[in-house]
Each structure stands twice: as C-alpha cells, then as structure tokens.
Design a binder for this molecule. Structure first.
Ligand code: ZN
Length: 322
C-alpha cells in the first residue's frame, strides 16, 4: 500500500451557543481556538476549530454552533465518544478542574488507560485518557490556563456505536487499512498508520441500540489524515473500487477533503495534512479574526452581520503563569 491513513485528522460536531462552546473548549479544556470561520456549505453558521498551538492534524476538534439547534439523540450509526489524550498522572488535575467548572465526570478505563468521561455543555460525550507512555511526540498548546504539563495532547480515539458493526469493521480493515488490535467485551479497537494514541477507532457493539439522530451535541463527521493530495487521490480511487464512492475533492482552505458515509451510518472524511491553519493568518494570530475563503470575501459584510458576536478566549503568552 502506498501512503496509509495516518490517524485521526479532526472531529466535527454540532453545538448550540457559540460563546458557550468557546468558553468550554478554549476555557475549560484549554485548547487553542485556531480558526474562526464559517461553515463553507452554510455561511450563516460559524465553523470553530480548536487544537494545539498550530492546529496540527490529529488535535483538531471543530464545531458548527447553531443557536436554535435541537438536541440530537445518541444511538447506533453515530460517533459515541471523542477521547483526548492527556499526560500520565494528570487525571487528578482534570477531575478537579472539571468539578470546579461544574462538569460531572466519571472514572473510566479504555484498554488499560485510565480516564475521565464527561459531556460538554451540549451533551457531547467526551473522554480524557491518560496514556501509560508519555505522549512526547505531541506538544500541547501552552497559551491557555491549563499548565502545559497537564494539557491535552490531541486525540486519543473515537468510539463509534453500532447495533451491528460488521460492515463498519469491514470498511475499516478491508478498505481503509486499519488493523484490529484489541477486544474488550463489546468494544473492539482498530488502529491505522504507525498506530497508538491518535490513530484509534473503537467500535462499540450494542445490538439493542436504537438509531441515533445527528443534531446538537452530536458528532457530525470524523476525518482521517492522508499525507497530501496524491495520497488522497489514491485513496479516493481505492475506496471507489471497494464500493465506497466518495464526494469530489472539496477545498476547505486548511485541508482538502473527500467524504463518504460508511455503511453503518457514520460520515467519514479523508483530509490532507496540508496546507494547515497558518495559510490566511500568522501562527500568532490564529483564531483572532473571522476568516473567510476568498470566494466569500465579497459577501463579508452580510456574513458578519448574520453571525452572533463572539468574545475571543483570553490568550496568555507562552510561559506566563495561569
Ligand atoms: Zn471535516
């Protein structure tokens, strides 16, 4: 196989109030707001991106916040949980921080990694998992009020819920090159690329699960990393040949994307690592102004007028005390 799927690229979910979303992800969880733009398919809605200091692929959680959105229903054919990796021994810090922010958390363990499960203000299921091995390849964002020693390093895994996950397993393994690496009760784990935290997809099997409904507090889609446009073109053909035709390549400014719905119902995207988030603002400025793609600039005034106002999270200079 030429260039493998390298792991998770981003996870995109639906939220309600954009300010509540910023306050939670940039405030409580200490991620960097790396891009404030609009949903390219619906410019009356923000598209907010959070990640590490530069928005590295594999760290990026994104949201379409719509004030009036109805709450979704968690069920079969959906992304059940998005898990972030945190350093070993940081769970006491996080337990306390969540409690101070009135977020109830519960202790969990995922294939030997201890963690905390909780929901965001819209009910989106999240986990922080402490990796046994320090995640030293990944640098955290150190401009938030979370000390760098405790900060989120990026994604650990996503968990998909299916009443019958057989077709989904087949897509992951046979079409996308994932390897089945572990089974624990009704949960099976698959990894891609070089493996490890940031490349895991877990399939949770619950034969009684009712069909879910994607709306507020649900994951809209998950995106996997491909190295570049050539790798993406190869994967597009490969998926087509395997019976999973994708969309055409869409220019998302910060990456190029193709999409297909896996047979179990979850929308999958394959996104390129390049060009990244520092294409239309400098690394220092990331997330500070509303960025629009060139084809929407002529409409900026109208778009800005429709969007609710948003107060940026306070940014500390690296090294400043919390
Ligand atoms: Zn996406």
């Amino acid at each position: 196989m030429s260039s493998p799927i390298l792991g998770l690229h981003h996870v995109t979910a639906v939220a309600s109030d954009p300010q509540t979303n910023v306050d939670f992800y940039a405030g409580v969880l200490g991620l960097r707001l790396v891009k404030k733009t609009v949903n390219f398919d619906d410019p009356s809605t923000y598209h907010l991106y959070y990640g590490d200091g530069v928005g590295s692929p594999g760290t990026v959680m994104t949201f379409f916040p719509r004030q009036s959105v109805r709450r979704g229903a968690l069920g079969s054919g959906q992304t059940h949980t998005t898990a972030f990796a945190v350093p070993e021994h940081s769970l006491d810090f996080w337990r306390q921080r969540l409690e101070q922010s009135s977020v109830r958390s519960q202790d969990v363990e995922r294939f030997g990694a201890p963690g905390l499960a909780f929901v965001d203000p819209d009910g989106l299921q999240l986990e922080l998992l402490a990796r046994a091995r320090p995640d030293d390849r990944r640098e955290p964002w150190n401009g938030s009020s979370v000390p760098a020693e405790q900060a989120i390093r990026g994604f650990d895994s996503v968990t998909l819920l299916h009443a019958d996950g057989i077709a989904t397993e087949r897509v992951l393994v046979e079409a996308m090159g994932f390897r089945k690496v572990a089974v624990d009760g009704n949960r099976a784990r698959y990894e891609s690329g070089s493996g490890g935290s940031g490349t895991f997809v877990d399939l949770l099997h619950d034969p009684d699960a009712a069909r879910g409904r994607v709306a507020g507090g649900s994951v809209h889609h998950i995106a996997f990393r491909v190295a570049d446009d050539d790798a993406q073109a190869t994967w597009r053909k490969r998926l087509f040949d395997a019976g999973h035709p994708t969309t055409e390549v869409k220019d998302r400014m910060y990456f190029h994307a193709i999409y297909f719905r896996e047979p179990g119902g979850v929308l999958f995207e394959l996104a390129t690592d390049n060009p990244g988030f520092a294409t239309d603002e400098s690394v220092d400025e990331l997330g500070t102004g509303l960025r629009l793609p060139p084809w929407m600039e002529s409409d900026r005034q109208r778009i800005e007028h429709t969007l609710p106002s948003l107060v940026d999270p306070p940014v500390q200079k690296p090294g400043e005390a919390a």
